[in-house]
Design a protein around this ligand. Sequence first.
Ligand code: NAP
Ligand code: MG
Length: 501
Amino acid sequence: MGQITRSEKDSVEKRSSAALDFGAAWEYAPAPEATDHIRIDPKYELFIGGKWRAPRAGKYFQTISPSTEQVLAEVAEAGAEDVDDAVKAARQAYDNVWSKMRGAERAKYIFRISRAIQEKARELAIVESMDGGKPIKESRDVDVPLAAAHFFYHAGWADKLDYAFQGRPHRPLGVAGQIIPWNFPLLMAAWKIAPALACGNTVVLKPAETTPLTALLLAQIIEECELPPGVVNILTGAGATGAAIASHPDVDKIAFTGSTGVGKRIQKSIAGTTKRLTLELGGKAANIVFGDASLDQAVEGIVRGIYFNQGHVCCAGSRLLVEESVHDVIVRKLKDRMMTLRLGDPLDKNTDVGAINSKMQLGKIRELVEAGEQEGAERYSAPVKLPEKGYWFPPTFFTGAGQSCRIAREEIFGPVLTIMTFRTPDEAIEKANNTMYGLSAGIWTDKGSKIFHMATRLKAGVIWGNTYNKFDPSSPFGGYKESGFGREGGRQGLLAYTDVE
Ligand code: NAP
Ligand code: MG
């Protein structure tokens, strides 16, 4: 079963060289998204209490496009005093308006936000790709529609919480402080704000330093939707801004998505308080391919799991566990597919792999890749031409890495895959679970029973069967172990914003 035959090997090799010729003969013409209809202001202020306000200390920082290094805008840096103002505004809005409003009324506002995101989908997708470097295919087809879907889905819950909690008495928590990373800037904002509002909480949200623009466009949308002032406050800033939100005494709940290191720091900073906390942290997902799987489909899933979006996905399938008998054929098919990946301008509709989000992130990826080479693993990088300006890394994989290698243990958060093998389902489970993380996993096999057998033994919050990186607002998302705790999305996600007796 799954044994690679001589003739199959030859045909894969032939296809590999054919892919090279094919690539050269069928170069796609550039198909860039137009940006002339996009409005990015030269300077953005803080959105507090329904008004745009300068930061008290008068500090601003620049956000750039990582694909061109061009400065896009100056953005306000919120200090501790601004955080205090925002929390006060959120408290007032909570006490006087939002917590008293009927669920059906709250739902109207949340539906309105969803509709406005759909109406501005093109603008949001373009700005997302400019500010963060991800391909327009991803921001247009994944991030923005899912952001709208999260508001839509949660609007539906706002007047049905009695059903969600099966008639048990429940109440909102109060003011939620929300801190999000740079890999899905708009989607993470939607993912956090929508359930908080649906459950009757008010919000102070901080986007990441390198990707503040779509959260600011969302603030404009919230303003246009005429939400009562102070229900949503958006504070741009750096790590210190996030720390000030997390440690503010009048914040009732912290929702954090980001690195395990910062998550632990936040956990320590709120120890001994009554603040509620949910943490969505890092991952080192195992994508497990059995010999009986449809191998071409699996290779497509592997590529989707690690190369689309530059591997900037916390649940990226960054460890590929392949049944030993099909290792060689998978490696060859993967090389074939990598030949056809197009890396470059994130605004080009044909681009599969965009820019690395920041110089700092590129440095981290390079460091771990060097560590992989030094530890004796064999590296293969797709022969792509990297643009001269901006931050780029070619789609890469390692073979021959031991489980103790850094590239097999640490989150790389880049387009870098570590391929290892297994012989039995038990060995696959043991290797997949041999990590401090537990966010996600993938299983590829033609046996449904094998998927269920594996899924109940894998210590991962999200498990995909014969697919990868699929998301839906009705499906709870969250981790095990050092990938964090709490669930976001689905009925379970409402618990993170509600006190249920
Ligand atoms: P990060 O450094 O932890 O940053 C996340 C957010 O926290 C940013 O807004 C950041 O602000 C802020 N922050 C930094 N220091 C802080 C502090 N001391 N107190 C409070 N907030 C602070 O993570 P990242 O490098 O931006 O993002 C990559 C990481 O996020 C990866 O590990 C990835 O796995 C994880 N991630 C997890 C999920 C999930 O759902 N589990 C989703 C996406 C990403 P600045 O940007 O201004 O520094
Ligand atoms: Mg940026």
